[in-house]
Design a binder for this molecule. Structure first.
Ligand code: ZN
Length: 360
C-alpha cells in the first residue's frame, strides 16, 4: 500500500497491520538482528488524537522523527494522514532490563511498542549487533574470577572476570571503548568482587560518565551497592529489606523486574525512601514480547499510578541512560509511537496492548 497525499488511511482494526503495511519503507526486511533501521522518507501527520499528558494535537512525522506538534487541524493538509481520532498517542516505551543476546527478539519488542532497551549483560560480540530499537548496552558484567554469572546461565561470555583493582579499571575502559553505555556488576554472590575492585569499577565508570547497575537482591548487597556509589539496582531486591537500607537509595534508582522476581513491597519501600523506579522486565528471563502487561500490573499493585508508570517507562530511563530522542513526544524525538485506545494516565495497562505502533 502506498501513501498518497490527501488519502485518509482506512486504519481500522487490525490497525497494527495497517500501520506496518503503509508506513514501513519498501523492500527492507526487518530482521531480528538485521541492518540498522533506515530512516523513513515518509512524511505524514497523525491527526485527531490526544498526545498523552499534552492534550489534543496533530503529530507531524518526517524521516523517522517527530517534526512538530500542531493544533488540531493545523498541519499541512497536503500531508498523508493517519487517523487517531478517539485515540491517545504515547512515546515508545523503554525497557530498562533486557537480554537480547539471550533471547534475540528485538523485532518483537519494537513491534510491541518498545522503542529503547537497556541490555544488562551480553557477550562483547553483541556490541556489533544492530537492532530495530535503540539499545544502551552493558556488555558482560564485570565480575570476580569464577563469579556470577560465569558458572551458570552466563557461561558463554556474559561475565568479564577481573582480579584486582587494576584489572577492574581496565575492564571498564575496554567495555567503554567497545560502546558500553553503562556497567553492570553482580553483588551478594560468591566469589564476589572485593571492595577495592568494586570501588575501582565505579570510579572508572563514573569517570567515563557511565552509570553502574548492580545485581543485588539481598539487604547486604543493597547496602554494599550504595556504599560503593552504584547508581541503579538491576532488580527490585527480593530479600527482606530494612528501612535503613531503603533510605540509602534516596536519589538512586531501581529497575522493577517484578514480574520476574517479585519484590513489590520492597519497590514500594524504596520508592517511598526516594529511589526512582524504572520499568524493566528482564526480557530473556521473562518472555513478554512487547510491553509487559504482567510488569505493568505488578507496578500498579506496588502503588504506582499511571503517571508514575509512564514516567518509569519513558522519561526516567531516557534521562538515566542517555536516550536523548526517546521518552517524550516533542520535535526531534524518534517517531516510535504507541497509538492507544485508552489514556495510560488512567489505565496504564493499555500500554501493553497498543492498537497501532508507528515506528521509523
Ligand atoms: Zn537480567
Amino acid at each position: 500500500m502506498t501513501l498518497r497525499p490527501l488519502a485518509r488511511l482506512a486504519c481500522l482494526l487490525p490497525l497494527l497491520g495497517c500501520a506496518r503495511g503503509s508506513l514501513r519503507s519498501t523492500g527492507e526486511p526487518s530482521g531480528e538482528t538485521g541492518a540498522a533501521p533506515a530512516p523513513l522518507p515518509g512524511h505524514y501527520v497523525v491527526v485527531g488524537g490526544v498526545v498523552v499528558g499534552q492534550g489534543r494535537a496533530d503529530v507531524e512525522v518526517s524521516a523517522g522523527e517527530v517534526r512538530a506538534l500542531h493544533a488540531p487541524g493545523a498541519a499541512d493538509p497536503a500531508l498523508p494522514v493517519i487517523d487517531a481520532a478517539g485515540r491517545w498517542i504515547a512515546p515508545g516505551i523503554i525497557d530498562s532490563h533486557v537480554h537480547l543476546a539471550y533471547l534475540p527478539e528485538g523485532e518483537a519488542l519494537a513491534a510491541g511498542g518498545v522503542a529503547g532497551a537497556v541490555d544488562l549483560a551480553a557477550p562483547v560480540s553483541a556490541f556489533d549487533v544492530a537492532e530495530p530499537l535503540l539499545i544502551a548496552r552493558a556488555g558482560p558484567m564485570v565480575t570476580a574470577v569464577g563469579g556470577y554469572p560465569t558458572r551458570s546461565w552466563g557461561a558463554g561470555g556474559y561475565g568479564l572476570e577481573v582480579r584486582g583493582a587494576g584489572e577492574a579499571t581496565a575492564a571498564v575502559a575496554a567495555l567503554a571503548d567497545q560502546g558500553a553505555a553503562l556497567i553492570k556488576v553482580p553483588l551478594g554472590s560468591s566469589p564476589a568482587l572485593t571492595t577495592a575492585e568494586l570501588d575501582a569499577v565505579v570510579a572508572a565508570a563514573h569517570a567515563r560518565g557511565l552509570p553502574v547497575v548492580a545485581h543485588a537482591l539481598s539487604e547486604e548487597a543493597v547496602r554494599a551497592a550504595a556504599a560503593a556509589d552504584v547508581d541503579l539496582l538491576a532488580h527490585t531486591p527480593t530479600g527482606s529489606l530494612s528501612a535503613e537500607a531503603a533510605r540509602l537509595w534516596a536519589g538512586r534508582g531501581l529497575i522493577s523486574t517484578l514480574s520476574a522476581f517479585g519484590g513489590g513491597e520492597n519497590l514500594a519501600a524504596l520508592r517511598a525512601a526516594g529511589a526512582e523506579v524504572l520499568y524493566g522486565t528482564d526480557f530473556g528471563n521473562t518472555r513478554a514480547r512487547g510491553v509487559s502487561a504482567a510488569e505493568l500490573q505488578a507496578l500498579v499493585d506496588a502503588g504506582l499510578d499511571g503517571a508514575a508508570i509512564l514516567h518509569a517507562a519513558t522519561a526516567a530511563p531516557a534521562a538515566r541512560f542517555g536516550f536523548t530522542n526517546l521518552g517524550a513526544i516533542s520535535p526531534g524525538a524518534r517517531a516510535h509511537l504507541l497509538v492507544l485506545d485508552a489514556d495510560p494516565l488512567l489505565d496504564p495497562l493499555t500500554l501493553s496492548r497498543p492498537v497501532e505502533v508507528l515506528r521509523p
